[in-house]
Design a protein around this ligand. Structure first.
Ligand code: ATP
Ligand code: MG
Length: 140
């Protein structure tokens, strides 16, 4: 067990429904601390760059458009095994497969409008945090 940081995005489907506080309550109930957070509108460059790993997938352009369709909340979460702990409380990518009690089971609308993003590994967490936050913004 170790203290880790992971990167989270509350996606436009959640800001549109005014449920960012409900998502944050789930994050905090899972023992994760929101150590940095800001609400912003992604530029095309940011959305396309962030999801560049998926650029050859058929859903890529729709995903980029969706992520620019309204405000998002970008966050850094800290806690014991934060990367896996957050993936667990997020639930499966497709909400119809997500375990009950997870963020996606409770709030996601579809496989694309699935409420949250969370990093999937130590190296991607570090890269994604740096994509949106400076060291000075990570106050603990
Ligand atoms: P995220 O990266 O957003 O945390 P994830 O790791 O569970 O989600 P990925 O496989 O990395 O899932 O896919 C990134 C995002 O692309 C998903 O969250 C979803 O919004 C979208 N996506 C993935 N697969 C599909 C699909 N088959 N159809 C439509 N959108 C998809
Ligand atoms: Mg992913």
């Amino acid at each position: 067990m170790s203290i880790q940081r992971t990167f989270s995005i509350i996606k436009p489907d959640a800001t549109a429904r005014n449920i960012t506080g409900k998502v944050n309550a789930k994050i905090e109930a899972a023992g994760l601390r929101i150590i940095a957070q800001k609400r912003l509108l992604l530029s095309e460059k940011q959305a396309a760059g962030f999801y560049a790993v998926h650029k050859n997938r058929p859903f890529y352009s729709d995903l980029v458009k969706f992520m620019m369709s309204g405000p998002v909340v970008v966050q850094v979460l800290e806690g014991e095994n934060a990367i896996a702990a957050y993936r667990k409380v997020m639930g499966a990518t497709n909400p119809s497969e997500a375990d009950s009690g997870t963020i996606r089971a409770e709030f996601a609308l579809s496989i694309d409008a699935n409420t949250v993003h969370g990093s999937d590994a130590v190296d991607t967490a570090s890269d994604e945090i740096k994509f949106f936050f400076t060291e000075e913004e990570l106050v603990g």
